[in-house]
Design a protein around this ligand. Sequence first.
Ligand code: NAP
Length: 284
Amino acid sequence: MAATLIDGKARAAALRAQVTTDVAAFVAAHGRPPGLATVLVGDDAGSQIYVAGKQRACVEVGIRGFDHRLEPDTPRAAVLALLDDLNADPDVSGILCQLPVPAHLDGLELTNRIAADKDVDGLSVASAGRLALGLPGLRPCTPTGVMLLLAEQGVEPQGLEAVVIGRSNLFGKPMGQLLLAANATVTTCHSRTADLAAICRRADVLVAAVGVPHLVQGDWVKPGAVVVDGGMNRLDTGLTGDVDFAAASEVARAITPVPGGVGPMTIACLLRNTLQAAELAFAG
Ligand code: NAP
């Protein structure tokens, strides 16, 4: 294998350690910890695991967790009222509404109810608008994690050709915007893109945010490129990415593995965003 392995697990551990130190400094300065409120409506098993992981991560770094679990048939008005209460609560620095929500609710409406300065998932219209306009704000966690991995690798995006495969609001779109903000020349690809392989071959930085196992072949990778595999595909054989790792590793300069690449960065960035939201609240 020629490529350097980009170790997201180690980078995420270092980021969590940094957040722990910074949270302690925040407590010393302000007399109370940052707080993260999670709102989970319903009993989706995957969502319960995700929320439990986020709450556990809070405890580990000294952030206070507020874990709100609501019945699957909780009326819309009651969920909105809870979000309003959390928006007004000074002990709550950040709020996230775990998606998906039950069919009688609108996930985007709930996300948009979260005050922009507490929107630690960075998924509301206000947060997306701030990112699109280049204004300060809380950025989505997974693409933020990718930017941190690139920085750790010494990749300076300015002037590079960056190709992002995927245009979801959660990952692909903000990924492209963060790379654009870092002065890369960005192409965003999707399921209707013609000759995806040829576009990928132009990329100095190739980010796969698709959800199709091993879509990206070795000969789609430009020699010397940095390949970031955001895919998290659960197969019978285990977790796998969107990139043919073995083949791409022979061509790329650096590459993220799955698991152990982008995945661990997401919760670490959520903790970082929560601290950032708390600091902003005090800065006024
Ligand atoms: P998504 O909402 O399903 O979006 C997938 C995107 O990929 C869409 O834009 C889609 O195009 C595009 N696409 C699908 N098939 C394609 C193909 N054959 N060729 C080119 N483009 C194609 O998924 P997502 O939420 O962005 O997640 C993407 C992947 O990242 C998933 O594996 C997910 O598990 C992973 N993920 C990981 C983390 C983490 O590490 N913590 C967080 C979030 C997501 P259209 O828009 O045209 O449909």
